[in-house]
Design a protein around this ligand. Structure first.
Ligand code: GTP
Ligand code: MG
Length: 335
């Protein structure tokens, strides 16, 4: 595993911008001269990576070169110019081998290892964000729960949101959500991520080149239309889905949705408008909440640090144990 040693010559080096002179048009101002962070989440195969690729190309065309971070250690090819690539500092296959882990454990552990050095990413964003780029885009691992339900995912998200306007983009494969029950389960997942991150949220209905997204918008706006679609199905699931839909009504009312094709680029300008909106929401609602939480809790920062320390220590112990186990097994094999 490559070691990152701080500074830009390390494995966190910035391949596309370090030698570039920022051109004038790129000097976009953002909130308080700091970049906006766009976290792209979504089920496996929903199109996160293709979306990041398309958004990056779109911003390049607008002369708003973004800063792009790949957080998926298991991806084979990254089809966009990544300023920071988790694979440069953590070798996922090596992690699996060294700690005797399966694919999911390997991804979680790789992300944990990366999170312990996330302060370096924060430094890059802080240093360059005000002058070089307006948007920092994050592509996340295929297995969504690795990011949304792991300590490292939370550490990364919270670190970003504490310093920059941070927005969650939940990408949906629209073509695979045309059944009301599948659509509902996808939206429940979206809702649970909103609960978890408490950040401004945009739902991207992707792959509109395959199927128009308006059916989904209608389902969210009008319960009766959704009910009609459900009426073809009289199973237990459909009656549960009906109740769930009523519960989700409040969630739908406050949701920004944009139809996009990452393949053709349709909907990208609308998406950026939604981002502007979400940034205003971050600054006016989320930021004051975060600040007042910090103030109200007083010493909470110290407590959190202690919690983090405990987690970090136990993670280190886990790694040591696993390493020892691996070495013993190897000796036995050889002996
Ligand atoms: N037709 C069409 N296909 C798309 C679109 N976006 C992505 N795809 C295809 O969907 C598949 C999955 O896309 P990815 O971008 O790899 O999805 P992902 O969410 O990053 O996948 P994982 O990282 O493995 O979870 C690929 O075959 C893409 O070509 C789109 O807008 N339209
Ligand atoms: Mg991907």
């Amino acid at each position: 595993m490559a070691e990152a040693s701080g500074g830009e010559s390390s494995s966190f080096a910035d391949p596309t911008t370090s030698n570039d002179k920022p051109d004038e048009a790129v000097n976009a101002e953002s909130q308080n001269g700091k970049p906006t962070c766009i976290l792209c989440l979504g089920m496996a195969g929903s199109g996160k990576t293709t979306f990041v690729q398309r958004l990056t190309a779109h911003l390049y065309a607008r002369k708003e070169k973004p800063y792009v971070v790949n957080l998926d250690p298991a991806v084979k090819e990254v089809p966009y110019p990544a300023n920071i690539d988790i694979r440069d500092s953590v070798n996922y296959k090596e992690v699996m081998k060294q700690y005797k882990l399966g694919p999911n454990g390997g991804i979680v552990t790789s992300l944990n290892l990366f999170a312990t050095r996330f302060d370096q990413v924060m430094n890059f964003l802080d240093k360059k964000g005000s002058s070089d780029f307006k948007f920092a885009i994050f592509d996340t691992p295929g297995q969504i729960e690795v990011f949304t339900w792991s300590a490292s995912g939370a550490i990364i998200t919270e670190a970003l949101a504490s310093s920059f306007a941070t927005i969650v983009v939940y990408i949906i494969d629209t073509a695979r959500s045309t059944s009301p029950v599948t659509f509902m389960s996808n939206m429940l997942y979206a809702c649970s991520i909103l609960y978890k991150t408490k950040l401004p949220f945009i739902v991207v209905l992707n792959k509109t080149d395959i199927v128009d997204h308006n059916f989904a918008v209608e389902w969210m706006q009008d319960f009766e239309v959704f009910e009609e679609a459900l009426s073809q199905d009289s199973t237990y699931m459909s009656s549960l889905t009906r109740s769930m839909s009523l519960v989700l009504d409040e969630f739908y009312q406050n949701l920004r949705t944009v139809g996009v094709s990452s393949m053709t680029g349709a909907g990208m300008d609308e998406f950026l408008k939604a981002v502007d909106d979400a940034v205003v929401e971050f600054e006016t609602q989320y930021k004051p909440d975060l600040d007042s939480e910090d103030e109200a809790e007083g010493g909470a920062e110290e407590e959190w640090d202690e919690e983090e320390m405990k987690e970090h220590e136990s993670f280190k112990r886990f790694l040591e144990n696993e390493k020892q186990k691996g070495q013993t097994a190897k000796k036995e094999e050889n002996g």
